[in-house]
Design a protein around this ligand. Structure first.
Ligand code: 13P
Ligand code: SF4
Length: 302
C-alpha cells in the first residue's frame, strides 16, 4: 500500500468518512473507494450511508446531488473544478419560455445538470432510469434537457409522447462517430458493441447494447462473448478488465477522456480528508427546489 493510500485509510477511520467514486475517475482513485457506481447508484447510496462525511470522487453535479439529498452530511469534493460541461448547457430562461408555450409539459432534467437546472425541472433522470421514468410521467409533452443524444435515444422508445429537445451534449461522447465504430468493427469483427446513450444516434444505432456505465459493466460480465468494443469514457476499462480478466475490451475513437473526472487525484482525496474541504454547498432554497426533482426520480425509478 502506498504512503498516500495508507494516509487516506487512516484519515477515513479517524474522521468516520466514506469515499464514493464514479467509474470514470482514475483507476487508483477507484481502488480506494468504498462505493463505486453510475450516477443513479451514487445519488441513491449517499442517502443510505451512516457516515457523516462523504468524499465524492466525481464531477461537481454528482457531489451536488449528494448534498441536495443529504443536507446534514458533509460532502467533500477533492477538486471543485472537476466539472461536467454539459451540466451548464441548458438555461432557466428557456425552460420558463417552454412552459409558457406548451401545456401539459414535463421538464425532464438529465442529472448531469447543475442545481439551478434541477430546481426548475419536474423530475431528474439518469441514463439508467430515464426510459422507465419518462414512460411513467402523465404528461404528453416532454422537454428533455440538456442532452439531445440521450433525449433522442429515449424518445425513439416512447413514440406515444411528444419530445422537445435541448441542444446540449457531452463533448466526450458526442465526438464519437459511426465511422470510428465501423473502423474498429473491421479490426474486431466478433466484438459486441457496447454504447453509452450519450453518444449520437449514428453510434447507438450500431450498438449491440446501450446503457449506463453500470449497465455496460453488467452486460460485459454476464455475457458469454469474449470481445467488446466500448463506446464511452476510458475510466470504465479499469472495472471491465478487473471483473473480466479473460475478456478483451477495445476502445473506440481517441480513447475518450473526461478532463473533469481526471482532476480527482489520490493527493487531492487525502488533502480533502485532512482539511475537510473543499465542501459542496448548495444554498437552502435552491436545495429544497432541486430536492423535489431528485426525490421524484428516486421514487419513480423504484
Ligand atoms: P452514468 O450515469 O452512466 O454513470 O453516466 C454518467 C456520465 O457522466 C456519463 O458521461
Ligand atoms: Fe460530463 Fe461527459 Fe464527463 Fe460525463 S463524460 S461527466 S457527461 S463531460
Amino acid at each position: 500500500m502506498s504512503d498516500l493510500t495508507e494516509k487516506i485509510q487512516r484519515l477515513k477511520k479517524e474522521k468516520n468518512a466514506v469515499i464514493c467514486a464514479h467509474y470514470y475517475v482514475e483507476s487508483e482513485v477507484q481502488e480506494i473507494a468504498d462505493y463505486i457506481g453510475d450516477s443513479y447508484y451514487l445519488a441513491k447510496i449517499a442517502s443510505e450511508l451512516e457516515e457523516k462525511i462523504i468524499v465524492f470522487c466525481g464531477v461537481l453535479f454528482m457531489g451536488e446531488s449528494a448534498k441536495i439529498l443529504n443536507p446534514d452530511k458533509t460532502i467533500l469534493i477533492p477538486d471543485p473544478q472537476a466539472d461536467c460541461p454539459m451540466a451548464h448547457m441548458a438555461q432557466e430562461e428557456t425552460i420558463k419560455n417552454m412552459r409558457k408555450q406548451y401545456e401539459d409539459l414535463a421538464v425532464v432534467c438529465y442529472v448531469n445538470s447543475d442545481a439551478k437546472l434541477k430546481a426548475c425541472s419536474d423530475v431528474c433522470v439518469t441514463s439508467a432510469n430515464a426510459l422507465k421514468i419518462v414512460k411513467k410521467l402523465p404528461n404528453k409533452n416532454i422537454y428533455f434537457i440538456p442532452d439531445q443524444n440521450l433525449g433522442m435515444y429515449i424518445a425513439q422508445q416512447v413514440p406515444e409522447k411528444n419530445f422537445l429537445f435541448h441542444a446540449g451534449y457531452c463533448p466526450i461522447h458526442h465526438e464519437l462517430t459511426a465511422d470510428d465504430v465501423k473502423k474498429e468493427m473491421k479490426l474486431h469483427p466478433k466484438a459486441k458493441v457496447l454504447v453509452h446513450p450519450e453518444c449520437k444516434k449514428e453510434v447507438t444505432e450500431l450498438a449491440d447494447y446501450a446503457g449506463s456505465t453500470s449497465e455496460i459493466l453488467s452486460y460485459a460480465k454476464n455475457s458469454t462473448e469474449e470481445e467488446f468494443m466500448i463506446c464511452t469514457e476510458r475510466g470504465v476499462f479499469h472495472q471491465l478488465q478487473k471483473q473480466n480478466p479473460k475478456k478483451h475490451f477495445y476502445a473506440v475513437g481517441n480513447g475518450q477522456c473526461c478532463e473533469g473526472m481526471k482532476r480527482i487525484t489520490l493527493q487531492k482525496v487525502a488533502d480533502a480528508l485532512e482539511k475537510e474541504k473543499p465542501e459542496v454547498l448548495v444554498e437552502e432554497s435552491l436545495r429544497k427546489h432541486a430536492e423535489k426533482s431528485l426525490q421524484r426520480m428516486l421514487k419513480l425509478a423504484e
